[in-house]
Design a protein around this ligand. Structure first.
Ligand code: PEP
Ligand code: MG
Length: 886
């Protein structure tokens, strides 16, 4: 006996279960599980994903004993159904469906009604006394088989079908009778001939061709693309499984049908049954969005008994799997059959609501809830909405279904290819299609949003957009999307390719023109509850990088526990301040500089006070001035004129000073602590402002925890010189004012040398904060400002996996961090350590921060919620200090 390749389930025995997704795929594993639970599942068997791997590893060949095992399983299926495969009187028909361990909706292939041929179709007609049904099944089978297994274009079959409808003068497939369908079959067969293909009459032959087509579809271009986009290649997937399942028929008349349903609303997460149903139809009709489906309520009115049974099954499944389920079902003459169940894809908002509700319902733990939501989902919830003022004047042109939330604005494109082309040039586009298909996934991925004129909430466009977190409006039926002439027409408005259009995925509304989008403010109820669960679980603290009180306020609303970085140079961007700052920078004498600093002090003092107030009770890390000079010297004639006037020198003289200040590498120039070494008065002024603001707080009876941070330190002496001066000023002010104020002095660690001598620096510092932007720049020797020109090549060639300025380069920069951490803590075990570079908001880098044992991360206010969740997930997934792969 070789390896086990086939797993059966039927009323007599079940071989698989839901834990076997790796080898049975999600669909096969859950069909087996449902059969074990005693739910109505048609019998069948799964050919394992290991066979798929074998097939691709061995030049598209099957294992030798597979044939006999599949034949045995078919015999067992015949026995339990009492039908015979290939029989002319009572034929067993099967569906052949793909299903990988991770769901890839619509990416791979499915064939229904397999087993029919010219003779058995007659037998089926007699047996069921339903000629139309038999011929409908046959024409579907020939079509799917031709399309999926033999590669005859789907559209050609549609053309043939339309020809018969046109001749008869009808619009719907359902209006065709048995004789019409026979004609369709004739046309289909003619099509096979024209394409040089043969339709096999032998059911066993059909079965093997179909099995091979499904395994083959694992590596079709759209499946490969889907795995790329969803970063699935590293998940160690073996391939797809093949499920061979006895057919049940939703196309047997008005008492039959097929549908998909969710145990909760996948858009809002609300606890209510949600689904769509098509009478007298087979599965692909729902997914393809050909006919607009009805809601589950209609099933209730047509067949209340089946409806109630469906609800019971749904409840049972949700309780059993402890998650929202997405199911496929068929009703055959009133009898319910379950064809699939899986954890349902959901919008970010639904993910959060469902996780929180399930904790409240006692179904899952807080920790599980935290793991149910992806950090990216949280990001999506902070998705833009339309600016309310601009929306008032916007030209409304029509409405569709609100398939995926958010607001998007862009130039109209009519094909996925065009979307990809324009997006590459940096254009924002909205992809408009009558409906989308898996071929469009690449274009959908780069578009701002997706608009379709056909299909329901479970159509391809809706499902895929929701998964991608793209704004989408689907099934906007009064909007004509004319691909041929490349125009959109609606309510008398005509928009051409390249015109701006705006879509609202929350309400399903479509507008002509461009509408500004804005980010929502604050966190809605369920997110903050989820993030409270996250905070309970996490070990890392999350702070924010905030330079002005308004940002600090947002950061607090998002749950930041303090400020990890205030870039004081950013406090001078305001119009009435920037020239004072410029004056300070171009000052030639200490006197001039002191005069300029004197003017800056009150601004600084009140800004710091504002930050302290917003962050009352939390640490606020204020960094001494770190202006890369090229960002601050006056440049334009106008700036020169104004600044010259302020200092009282000629424009000529100022121009020559500016020229003197010019640096070859400003990022490695006279910035950071170097500036304070040359001009101590700058740090003195800032220290005064910080301490005075803190004293103001204390005098008002408020709590304050200032932390003074020195940037770009590379040698401990830089720190000791600054520290001495800071302490002297601070302590004097504290004494003078007779208050009790504690403050800390620490350093950024962002120069590789500092990592090497961190033991010396640690001995003098209260805290370290890794400036991973500069540490990456200097560690890799990649200019922060220019690396964009070549980083794409580096990623493409696999030198770096991700942009190292977005995600910590664990092997290199990560090792520097570890070195610094160990060094610093060796001389100062109490050293507090965090990250304040851009990486502080990146989930992978946050995981790294947790693993090496940092105390906190600090990131921009809008990323705080993401960081809180990522910190919690890192804590659940890993123990600190373990599994750091560098
Ligand atoms: C850093 O270098 O990571 C940092 C936070 O400082 P800045 O980006 O201001 O140089
Ligand atoms: Mg820096």
């Amino acid at each position: 006996m070789g390896k086990k390749y086939v797993y059966v389930w039927n009323k007599n025995r079940v071989e698989g279960n839901s834990k076997m997704k790796d080898i049975l795929g999600g669909k096969g594993a859950n069909l087996a599980e449902m059969a074990s639970l005693g739910l109505p599942v048609p019998p069948g068997f799964t050919i394992s994903t290991e066979v798929c791997k074998y097939y691709w590893d061995n030049g598209r060949k099957f294992p030798e004993d597979l044939k006999s095992v599949v034949e045995e399983a078919m015999t067992e299926l015949e026995n339990v159904t009492g039908k015979k495969f290939g029989d002319n009187k009572n034929p067993l028909l099967v569906s052949v469906r793909s299903g990988a361990a991770v769901s890839m909706p619509g990416m791979m292939d499915t064939i229904l009604n397999l087993g029919l041929n010219d003779e058995s179709v007659e037998g089926l007609a007699k047996l069921t006394n339903n000629e139309r049904f038999a011929w409908d099944s046959y024409r579907r089978f020939i079509q799917m088989f031709g399309d999926v297994a033999l590669g005859i274009a789907h559209e050609k079959f549609e053309e043939a079908l339309n020809e018969v409808k046109r001749e008869k003068g009808v619009k719907q497939d359902l209006e065709l009778d048995a004789n019409d369908l026979k004609k369709v079959v004739e046309l289909y067969k003619k099509l096979y001939k024209e394409e040089g293909k043969e339709f096999p009459q032998d059911p066993m032959k059909q079965l093997w061709i179909a099995i091979e087509a499904v395994f083959g579809s694992w590596n079709n271009p759209r499946a490969i693309k889907y795995r790329q986009i969803n970063e699935m290649d590293k998940q160690g997937l073996l391939g797809t499984a093949v499920n061979v399942v006895a057919m049940v028929f939703g196309n047997m008349g008005e008492d039959s049908g097929t549908g998909v349903a969710f145990t909760r609303d996948p858009n809002t997460g609300e606890k209510k049954y949600y689904g769509e149903f098509l009478t007298n139809a087979q599965g692909e009709d729902v997914v393809a969005g050909i006919r607009t489906p009805k809601s589950l309520d209609e099933l209730k009115s047509i067949n209340p008994k089946t409806y109630n049974q469906l609800l019971e099954v749904m409840d049972k499944l949700e309780k059993h799997f402890r998650d929202m389920q997405d199911i496929e079902f068929t009703v055959e003459k009133g009898q319910l059959y379950m064809l699939q169940t899986r954890s349902g894809k959901r919008t970010a908002a639904a993910a959060v609501k469902i996780a929180v509700d399930m904790v409240k319902e006692g179904l899952i733990s807080k920790q599980e809830a935290v793991m149910r939501v992806k950090p990216a989902d949280i990001e999506k919830l902070l998705h833009p909405i339309f600016d309310s003022e601009e929306l008032k004047n916007a030209q409304y042109i029509g409405k569709g279904l609100p398939a995926s939330p958010g607001a998007a604005t862009g130039k109209i494109v009519f094909s996925a290819d065009d979307a990809e082309k324009l997006a590459k040039d940096g254009e924002k586009v909205i992809l408009a299609r009558p409906e989308t298909s898996p071929e469009d996934v690449g274009g959908m991925n780069v578009a701002e949003g997706i608009l379709t004129s056909r299909g329901g909430m479970t159509s391809h466009a809706a499902v895929v957009a929701r998964g991608m977190g793209k704004t989408a409006v689907v099934g906007a039926e009064d909007i004509v999307i004319d691909l041929k002439n490349k125009v959109i027409k609606s309510n008398g408005v005509e928009l051409k390719e390249g015109d701006w259009i705006s879509i609202d995925g929350n309400e399903g509304k479509v507008y002509a023109g461009k509408i500004k989008t804005v980010r929502p403010e604050g966190l809605a109820g369920d997110i903050s509850v989820l993030l409270e669960y996250a905070d309970e679980v996490s070990v890392l603290g999350v702070r924010a990088n905030a330079d002005i009180p308004r940002d600090a306020k947002v950061a607090r609303e998002f749950g930041a526990q303090g400020i990890g970085l205030c870039r004081t140079e950013h406090m001078f961007f305001g119009p009435e301040r920037i020239n004072k700052m410029r004056t300070m920078i171009v000052s030639k004498t200490e006197e001039q500089r002191k005069a300029a600093l004197e003017q800056l002090l009150p601004f600084q003092r009140s800004d710091f006070k504002g930050l302290f107030e917003e962050m009352e009770g939390f640490s606020v890390t204020i960094r001494l001035l770190d202006p890369p000079l090229h960002e601050f010297v006056p440049e334009s004639d106008e700036q020169i004129k104004e600044v010259a006037k302020m200092i009282g020198i000629s424009e000529e003289e100022l121009r020559s000073t500016v020229k003197d200040l010019e640096e070859f590498n400003p990022m490695m120039g006279h910035r950071g602590v170097r500036l304070a070494i040359t001009y101590p008065e700058i740090a003195e002024m800032q220290t005064k402002a910080i301490i005075l603001a803190a004293i103001d707080m204390i005098k008002e009876g408020k709590k304050v925890q200032p932390e003074i941070m020195i940037p770009l330190v590379g040698d401990v002496k830089e720190l000791t010189i600054l520290k001495e001066s800071i302490k002297q000023i601070a302590d004097e002010l504290i004494k003078e004012n007779n208050v009790d104020l504690e403050y800390k002095i620490g350093t950024m660690i962002e120069v590789p040398r500092a990592c090497v001598v961190a033991d010396q620096i640690g001995a003098e510092a209260d805290f370290f904060s890794f400036g991973t932007n500069d540490l990456t720049q200097l560690g890799l020797g990649f200019s922060r400002d220019d690396y964009g020109k070549f980083i794409g090549d580096y990623i493409e060639k696999g030198i770096y996996e991700k942009d190292p300025f977005q995600q910590i380069d664990r092997e290199g920069v990560g090792k520097l961090i570890k070195l610094a951490l160990d060094g610093g803590r060796s001389t100062n075990p109490k050293l507090k350590v965090g990250i304040c570079g851009e990486h502080g908001g990146d989930p992978d880098s946050i995981e790294f921060a947790h693993l090496v044992g940092l105390d906190y991360v600090s990131c921009s206010p809008y990323r705080v919620p993401v960081a809180r969740l990522a910190a919690a997930q890192a804590a659940v997934n890993y123990k600190r200090g373990k599994k750091v792969n560098y």
